[in-house]
Design a protein around this ligand. Sequence first.
Ligand SMILES: Cc1cc2nc3c(=O)[nH]c(=O)nc-3n(C[C@H](O)[C@H](O)[C@H](O)COP(=O)(O)O)c2cc1C
Length: 333
Amino acid sequence: MKIGSYQLNSQVILAPMAGITDQPFRQLCCRLGAGLAVSEMLSSNPKVWDTDKSKLRMLHGDSAGIRSVQIAGSCPDELAFAAKVNADNGAQIIDINMGCPAKKVNKKLAGSALLREPAQVERIIQSVVAAVDIPVTLKIRTGWCEDTRNGIEIAKIAQDNGIVSLAVHGRTRNDFYKGHAEYNTIKAIKASVSIPVVANGDITSPEKALQVLNHTGADAIMIGRGAQGRPWIFREINHFLATGTKLDAPSLSEVRSIVLNHVMELHQFYGDFTGVRFARKHVSWYVQNLIVTNEGFSESFTLDQGKSFRSIFNGLESTSEQLEALNVFFDGF
Ligand SMILES: Cc1cc2nc3c(=O)[nH]c(=O)nc-3n(C[C@H](O)[C@H](O)[C@H](O)COP(=O)(O)O)c2cc1C
């Protein structure tokens, strides 16, 4: 699949996830086969750019792969300015967020609330596309609620106004994360436009990836929660799509090296205090995933042991304690 002039080397994309798809995680997923990794959303309001959180989200220079930066907001001029600033800072693609269901965001008519205002969607897209000379992509849900599913209308507005690729999370805003993703709606959206469409929602295995690609006719798929604690899912899906056979789960020694390197990168990227806190959630996902997916491992490690390791790990306050605990943990197998 191509986004503007950028050829992706895989059909599998890491979804933007605030608080998760920071630079270390994007780099890791790209190394493990993601064709593109979209940044966490960045508010278009310049007043918040001076916070530590925004400053780190606006560092694009050293990112791996193609640098796609997501912006969120409601004011066309503000979004256009944010797009320009990020393009000047090294973004290669600008992605506009019209999918976020959070009340805090929707209250300001940003994220998925925009789906209720097609005229504003058009104004925003026109302003952002005119402001930058890099490709602009859009991420949406299927509509605001069941009765107002207007994904097709929004997709056509997007295409007519210069959006080069559209990612669709197959739920309405009112669904939040409940129920199942609507692949039929994604299929209908794909059939209504000629720009590439990326299918998103509930893809957690190679088999499901193939099924969703076949069912929707989408050009690519996007994975969010399925990559938490399992960044190797990208290469597993790439392999399955290319060969029809399943790749073996990573060995424990490879997992150990991925986890330890990821944790060290988090410490370095955020600094000790915040890095330790970010490492907790990733380690918790890694441990949970090991129990569920790695057969050799789950024979010698139970859910209860996982819980107790996680609760000890979450109480550790320093980078060195975290690394030592992980080494002891992996030495135990
Ligand atoms: C913790 C979390 C944070 C998210 N942050 C964003 C975001 O910043 N921008 C966005 O467009 N979507 C965001 N999403 C939605 C995901 O990109 C994706 O559409 C959704 O999780 C469905 O895909 P999945 O079933 O593969 O997780 C977030 C999802 C989660 C779980």
